[in-house]
Design a protein around this ligand. Sequence first.
Ligand code: IPE
Ligand code: IPE
Ligand code: MG
Length: 241
Amino acid sequence: MAEKLLNTSVPRHIAIILDGNGRWAKKRGLPRTAGHKAGAKAVEKICEEAYNAGVEYLTLYAFSTENWSRPADEVNMIMNLLRDYLSDSLNNAKKNNMKIRVIGDRSGLSKDIVDKIIETEEASKNYTGLKLQIAINYGGQDEIVRAAKKISEKVKEGELDPSDITKDLFENYLDTAGIPAPDLLIRTSGEQRLSNFLLWQLAYAEFYFTDVLLPDFGKKDLAEAIKCYSQRDRRYGGVKQ
Ligand code: IPE
Ligand code: IPE
Ligand code: MG
């Protein structure tokens, strides 16, 4: 694995907007919930394949702060899938040596889900394989506002001075503190928008949009995205020598 990680053509961190479950189900005359189940299956494979490809960090958008506006039965079903996923993740993390972290606002989640998140993070914290971040009740704007509130509290308590606030300090108050910014953002199913995902962290990411729906997204599609990334010229505002 070590020599794979040295290959700079493989993104160190991939973020994915998991989209298209509803359309996948509709095409087959199935309920949207069947699409979410199929999407969850695809996610397991994506984690394995990303790690095999030499990716170090994978961040997946599973449920946004805006997704609460969906019909209650769909929201409940997604929450149940997340419950199952988190319950299985203890075994999955062990099997695949994955370190799992959940980002997003936990205060809006049911207590049993929060308990499962804490348990999973604690149990997997020393695993040294893929670092998997799952975004649940996550919104980029919400994350930035929460960070600003935490910093303001510190200033109010006299623990920080406004002049201490730098880009690096601000990043330490985001949910992704300590995690390098994504190199590549993938969105499945044809939409070309961020839908409030990692607004701060994606400042210099390369974007890759594919029409493939999440439940159909597999090894070949991931390889295609990585290949496309390897051909990009990242300049970060500079000029090429
Ligand atoms: C992504 O699939 C899953 C979540 C946002 C939770 P969608 O449910 O958004 O699928 P489409 O966009 O309706 O096809
Ligand atoms: C973005 O997908 C949120 C997640 C993948 C969790 P949506 O399907 O909710 O986004 P919009 O509504 O197309 O912008
Ligand atoms: Mg969608």
